[in-house]
Design a binder for this molecule. Structure first.
Ligand code: NIG
Ligand code: FE
Length: 421
């Protein structure tokens, strides 16, 4: 199947040969080819160029279509590098408690929060969990997500964590988009354990090697936070994972600045995620990581800030410091019950002061790099998957955040096939 997209108002993120990520001032320069064409064959991007060089497809040529994109942009599909897609039930009941004045921490202290999700997940049969998660996956694909990381973490026992990771493995086999599996072993301390250190030992000694040998994980994660896991627990997990050749993506600085960012950079983590609160020392540590083989990507999760009423990650400041800011959803039943990356991009501009191209780069090329999927997705480049979004007619990309509640994604293409938005 061949498709020619023509008269594209702006082809966003087009590189003949793309870098794996962009940082700092480069993010404003995420390329846009104006008045362009794009050719797709067999689910892959083949070529693109200005309309003055547009190839001809004769009317009625077999197995080919021409899509006129007048007034519309083509944008690489969103690359959501942080989600907790596998859970049993929502937590709308707790939300009512929040409206009545309880904080996230107070709900957790009553046995709600992650422990509540874990109780429900432990009871749910694997097939039902798979079906529910597949529905969520297909829903986000329709919203324009073209690559996704999925974490475990609502199991809190070896058996239940394995169930989640098996669900993710089964999803990988049927998913139209590439997926990465993260073993979030250290998410909360189950009541059977005395303390976070003992549970971390169980995760490291009993779960990690087993899940690795069963091919169930790509990354590890820990919730490094007061009342959850300490820097020392997190470091032990990162070291154990690294010895098995596994990189880390760590929840850090959601509520408190503990020094976890520096610890993660020192252990060469692939990303540090949340960062609702950030110190100047954290920024210096992230800058130092730019000298490593790969940087430690700062991943902001503005839906969580929005939903919990937390501060927004100082995204403007991180980009101005020269860093490769990344945006993701954090989709989960407790702190961000949404997988809508377009909303994330809007909040990037509305709440973090990002220019539209900076927010788009953070949600595409940098999201792909934070999942090590740059060779497949994240930009419009020959040889990559034909995963992209066709927008509504727009005068400029600033209409993405400007059109607050209006749909800007008109169609979604996955491996060259149209998925109606
Ligand atoms: O990323 N902060 C840790 N984990 C999730 C939320 C967990 C939950 O409340 O269910 C997050 O926000
Ligand atoms: Fe999260």
């Amino acid at each position: 199947m061949r498709a020619l997209f023509k008269d594209i108002k702006g082809l966003v993120g087009y590189y003949e040969k793309s870098p794996s990520f962009i940082a700092g001032d480069e993010m404003k320069q995420f390329p846009v080819m104006e008045n362009a064409w794009l050719e797709v064959v067999g689910g892959k991007i083949i070529a693109a160029g200005p309309m003055s060089t547009c190839p001809k497809i004769e009317a009625g040529a077999p197995k080919s279509t021409v899509v006129k994109c007048t007034g519309r942009y083509i944008i690489p599909s969103w690359c959501d590098s942080h989600s907790h897609l596998v859970y049993a039930n929502d937590r709308s009941g707790e939300f009512l408690d929040r409206l009545r004045g309880l904080s996230y921490e107070e709900i957790a202290a009553k046995g709600g929060g992650i422990l509540n999700s874990a109780r429900a997940l432990q009871k749910m049969p694997e097939d039902e969990l798979f079906d529910r998660t597949l529905d969520r996956l297909l829903a986000v694909v329709k919203l324009g997500v073209g690559a996704l990381e999925i974490k475990s973490g609502y199991g809190l026992t070896l058996k239940a964590e394995r169930k989640i990771l098996r669900v993710i493995k089964r999803l990988k086999a049927v998913s139209p988009i590439p997926l990465k599996a993260t073993f979030l072993g250290c998410h909360a301390v189950p009541s059977e354990f005395e303390n976070s250190s003992d549970y971390t030992t169980h995760v490291i000694e009993d779960m990690l090697p087993l899940f690795k040998s069963d091919g169930l994980l790509d990354y590890v994660d820990a919730f490094c936070e007061t009342g959850y896991f300490s820097i020392e627990d997190t470091e032990r997990l990162m070291v154990a994972a690294s010895a098995l050749g596994i990189k880390s993506k760590i929840h850090v600085n959601q509520f408190n600045i503990l020094g976890g960012v520096n610890a993660c950079v020192n252990k060469n983590a692939l990303s540090v995620d949340h960062l609702e609160v950030v110190s100047d020392d954290d920024i210096e540590a992230l800058k130092a990581s730019l000298k490593n083989d790969h940087p430690t990507f700062p991943v902001a999760l503005p839906l969580c800030s929005h939903f919990l009423g937390l501060p927004y990650t100082p995204g403007r400041k991180l980009i101005d410091a020269g860093l490769p800011l990344t945006l993701a959803t954090d989709q989960n039943p407790g702190t961000a019950p949404s997988g809508d990356m377009t909303e994330v991009v809007k909040l990037g501009s509305l709440k973090m002061g990002l220019e539209p191209l900076e927010a788009i780069a953070a949600a595409t090329i940098n999201g792909a790099a934070a999942m090590e999927l740059s060779s497949e997705v994240g930009t419009i480049s020959p040889g990559k998957r034909a995963n992209f979004i066709l927008t509504r007619e727009m005068k400029g990309l600033e209409e993405i955040p400007y059109r607050m509640n209006e749909k800007v994604v008109e169609k979604v293409y996955v491996n060259g096939e149209v998925w109606i938005a």
